[in-house]
Design a protein around this ligand. Structure first.
Ligand code: GTP
Ligand code: MG
Length: 195
């Protein structure tokens, strides 16, 4: 995919602030600190469009990015970070679930997991929820640069067993490995050709 423009549009802390325009949207979901924002930057070839950090829980709002003036990437808050107060945790979960359940222009949800670990209970719950609600989803197993090829293959197999209905693609935001395959899936969901 050739990226002509990529712009940050807005951060929303509540539903009334979600983007009003009806662009098709691709959402990015996953545990806090798993690499959602890095994946967005890597796919778009922009270093700092989505803010990344070593501190888990960096992205607390729903962030909308407009790509090629034709579709949006939506960075959702991460889940599963223990140190966040209960009230905030509940708000996050509710906001993400409301978005996933109700957003009509959502064409694909990309669930990001850490390729080095078996999906956590929360990863599995989210996956099952998406699957139960017939949401079109793709699993991206990131941080692939941290494993040897042999270990990588084994990990992808294990993740695929836990998430059997989806394609599981290895990725590295450091090396760009997997970029073409992920764009292919995004292009399919958006029904636009890849070049
Ligand atoms: P929250 O917004 O807090 O939920 O985190 P996030 O999921 O957006 O993660 P973020 O992209 O901020 O990345 C978290 C940390 O992981 C950062 O230190 C990144 O540099 C690192 N990271 C992300 N992707 C990769 C990757 O593919 N390989 C390696 N080695 N590190 C990565
Ligand atoms: Mg983030």
């Amino acid at each position: 995919m050739k990226i002509d423009t990529a712009e940050f549009l807005k951060s929303a802390f509540e539903e009334s602030h979600w983007l009003k325009e009806r662009y098709p949207e691709v959402s990015f979901l996953g545990r806090s600190n798993v690499g959602k924002s890095s994946l967005i930057n890597s796919l778009l070839g922009r270093k700092k469009l989505a803010r990344t950090s070593n501190t888990p829980g960096r992205t607390q709002s729903i962030n909308f990015f407009l790509v090629n003036r034709s579709f949006c990437f939506v960075d959702l808050p991460g889940y599963g970070y223990a140190k966040v107060p209960k009230k905030i945790k509940a708000d996050w979960g509710k906001m993400a679930e409301d978005y996933l359940a109700n957003r009509r222009q959502l064409v694909l949800s990309i669930q990001i997991v850490d390729v080095r670990h078996k999906p956590s209970v929360l990863d599995q719950e989210l996956y099952n929820w998406l699957s139960y609600h017939h949401k079109k989803s793709l699993v991206v197993a990131t941080k692939a640069d941290k494993l040897s090829n042999n270990k990588l293959r084994k990990s992808i197999d294990l993740i695929s067993q836990c998430m059997p209905e989806s394609e599981v693609l290895p990725y590295s935001s450091v090396t760009g490995k997997g970029k073409e395959a992920v764009w292919q899936q995004i292009g399919n969901a958006l029904q636009i050709g890849n070049d």
